[in-house]
Design a protein around this ligand. Structure first.
Ligand SMILES: NC(=O)c1ccc[n+]([C@@H]2O[C@H](COP(=O)([O-])OP(=O)(O)OC[C@H]3O[C@@H](n4cnc5c(N)ncnc54)[C@H](O)[C@@H]3O)[C@@H](O)[C@H]2O)c1
Length: 342
């Protein structure tokens, strides 16, 4: 009987040490979504969490039955990887000791609170033998994934990301809070350097811009026109891509994708119609690529992080991706600041 107990204990221990131990830093609004998803991901065990807010921490202990650590250091010693979902202002002070202790890091967007912090994180992450992923979750939105096999070479991009006001997140401007999602997607799509940025924004409800309109021009002549607002009456998260022979509409909120393009022989089972142009008759094809109905972007990004650790491959959204998005976001903020007439 004793031998069976020992064997069982050894079996459970062997299973435990084969698991990826994740420590969660910050278990507020988004942190709880991450906890729910980590619990569903195979091969992962939540080693515990750290959150300085006693009330939030107690709720999490009661609901999730996971260990609360009262020091970041102690949690770092108990895990292989960290998931940082604390306010942006704390990202750097949490990422730095994690990297220094050789832990893999997933950190929510934006990467850091300042360009100096972002620069140092890039350096530290590159020197350390760890995986580092930034939470640009829209890359995993099923509506965006639906067109991942399509050749995307946009020359004009129009984006609207509108949200209702919520004081959460207003520690940073709407550029770093919302627009950074679209900046990351656009930098990922347009394989060209940024040539020029024009921007304007207004701080209506908080101390930093709550609404902004931005034009980004690229060396290859592509132009992206972005509007972000966190003071709107209704929500919208739409990106429209125009490229030679095609229009692609991505609705990140409604999880729908539409492609309207000149018909080609490989178009099967899609709606087509003819139009007369100066160059003769053209056939237009309209299609809605299948969007995974059960696609959970947060789960997919966390699974991708785990897979990059297990397979020792590059993360899906690297520290450099996070840095580039922040760099453009900060150029936008400088343009907005210089446009304000005092
Ligand atoms: N990817 C997305 O779409 C998305 C959406 C919302 C928020 N976010 C990002 O997630 C982060 C958290 O946002 P939220 O909405 O969950 O905020 P929140 O205020 O609801 O939660 C933040 C939690 O972090 C805790 N915290 C504060 N300082 C800490 C520290 N030093 N160490 C550990 N925990 C600390 C707070 O007590 C709180 O429980 C922000 O960086 C935000 O930009 C990303």
């Amino acid at each position: 009987m004793r031998l069976v107990s020992i064997m069982l204990a050894l079996y459970l221990w062997a299973n435990y040490i084969a698991m990826l131990r994740v420590g969660v830093l910050g278990v507020g609004h988004l942190g709880k979504f991450h906890l729910n998803n980590w619990k569903e991901i195979e091969g992962v065990v939540i080693a515990g969490f750290y959150d300085p807010n006693d009330q939030i921490a107690q709720e999490v202990v009661d609901k999730y039955q996971i260990k609360r650590f009262t020091s970041v250091d102690a949690l770092l010693d108990a895990c292989d990887a960290v998931d940082i979902i604390a306010p942006t202002i704390a990202h750097f002070e949490l990422c730095k000791p994690a990297i220094t202790k050789g832990k893999h890091v997933f950190v929510e967007k934006p990467l850091a609170n300042s360009m100096d912090e972002a620069r140092e994180l890039v350096k530290l992450a590159k020197e350390a033998n760890i995986k580092f992923q930034v939470g640009h979750v829209e890359r995993f939105n099923p509506a965006f994934l639906a067109i991942k096999n399509m050749k995307l070479e946009p020359m004009f991009i129009e984006v609207h990301r509108l949200a209702q006001f919520n004081p959460r997140g207003t520690d940073v401007s709407v550029i770093l809070d919302l627009m950074i999602h679209d900046i990351d997607i656009i930098l990922n799509l347009v394989k060209s350097n940024v040539k020029n940025i024009s921007a304007n924004g207004v701080a209506v409800m908080s101390d930093t811009p709550d609404i902004a309109n931005v034009r980004i021009e690229f060396d290859n002549s592509c132009v992206a026109n972005l509007t972000s607002s966190r003071i709107s009456m209704k929500k919208m998260r739409k990106m429209r891509l125009f490229q030679k022979d095609a229009y692609i509409g991505i609705d990140f909120l409604e999880k729908k994708t539409e492609i309207i393009k000149l018909s080609s022989p490989e178009d099967k089972n899609v709606f087509t119609f003819d139009i007369e142009t100066n160059h003769g008759k053209k056939t237009i094809a309209i299609s809605n690529p299948a969007v995974a109905a059960d696609g959970n972007a947060i789960k997919l990004e966390l699974e991708a992080f785990k897979t990059s650790i297990i397979n020792n491959t590059e993360t899906a959204v690297t520290v450099m991706d996070g840095f580039r998005a922040m760099d453009v976001a900060h150029q936008i903020l400088e343009k907005i600041a210089s446009a304000i007439v005092h």
